[in-house]
Design a protein around this ligand. Sequence first.
Ligand code: KIV
Ligand code: ZN
Length: 502
Amino acid sequence: MKEKVIIFDTTLRDGEQAPGATMNLEEKLLIAKTLEKMGVDVIEAGFPAASNGDFEAVNQIAKTIKNSVICGLARAKKSDIERTAEAIKPAAKGRIHTFLATSAIHMQYKLKMDESQILSAISDSVALARNLCDQVDWSPEDATRSKHDFLFKAIETAIKSGANTINIPDTVGYTTPDEYFALIKAIKNNVVNIDKAVISTHCHNDLGLAVANSLAAMQAGARQIECTINGIGERAGNAALEEIVMAIKTRGDFYRMSTDIDTTMITRISKLVSSITGFAVQYNKAIVGANAFAHESGIHQDGMLKNRETYEIMTPSSIGLDKTSLVLGKLSGRAAFKDKLQQIGYDLSDEKLSEAFQKFKDLADKKKEILDEDIISLVDDSLTNQQAHYQLVSLDIKCGTFDAAAINLKIKIDNEIVETNFASKDGPVDAIFNAIKKLIPHEAILDLYQVNAVTAGTDAQATTTVRLKRNNRIFSANGSSTDVLVASALAYINCLNKLKNN
Ligand code: KIV
Ligand code: ZN
């Protein structure tokens, strides 16, 4: 019998703290629904006291999600904890995650509190949280750099005050697998009431050890792992959910543990998070990188043809990466399109279905073969690019080897169509972006422009990402089209829509 480890996903909280990963309400809801569908036990939906937008997102997710526990993060402050309790109130199963640093460096410089002040703040904050919610997760921030004796006392206090999960964050990604294993064992051996709580891990990836550390902690007795899709998060990110889950599944013989995750949804959610945040997944990333299942060398290919297991420790289908199927063509009807969407995992409202179907028809006019990836890209576009104050009407371009690139651009702003011409010696993208700036004046600065092909072939759709920075906040948006320049204009305009809505 394998024992279950709880998967706690913090893509919408720690993941969103990554610079540029800001998501809007619709995007967060879409990710939360997909996390629920894939069997994530706990979804940390945000930090309700941080802003009204964060509160609203956690509250909406709490109203919508039925199967996963919905958790909100709160500092050890009365107002934070009460706001979080309010945000998660509609949840079928809610949780408050509250934290306070226990390392000497954080206590002295950041909090300016001594040990006894920290202990009394822990009992007050945890007791308040437990009064408002049955599930309380408590974290000693920077636990891995905390003095052990004090850390044990702090954990004991939190459990006495009502915490039923104790999360041990490696906040700065400093620990190593052996050291973290020993710390979890020491907590089990020295905290007298530890049997009343589940021990949890929360590892950052500054030294590239987040997944290894989380698995080592699990071997020492931790039974909850906090992680994010594609490993996004503060600085170098968090432990990647897909790596943790597939390590537990593939090496079940060694770990003797299991999760409730439907691993066939991994590819889908990885693409969704990448498309919403605009963070491309590195080609050689474990599990979800484009090359993770690509066998290039002759020796490997020969082995694979004789027996796949010579070089393949898990199958592409186990993560939902089936051979891209040729799906639909120009003549496919709405019912077939809807059926295909359901197979890929989308359940759209009638309005969104009509919008996506129209985009599909437009694409089918330009591209002979429409693959799953094309459908995912166009549907994600419709779902995430909502409230469009600005819409691309048309783009005409003349460019080539010698002359400056010249464009004519028409944009609909609310209900009025505006138009401009622009020429640039730096090429058509520069001309397009300058023309957009002329029609929609803004202070935001371009932080990133990136182009990816959705599928292979010269008729592939391009997905472009634009990241804009305004007052130290970063916003990302995508645009897809078989024309890379149209995709670039769409991404920029979508990003300005995001800025306008925030
Ligand atoms: O990294 C960290 O310490 C955190 C806590 C809030 C759990 O994200
Ligand atoms: Zn963190």
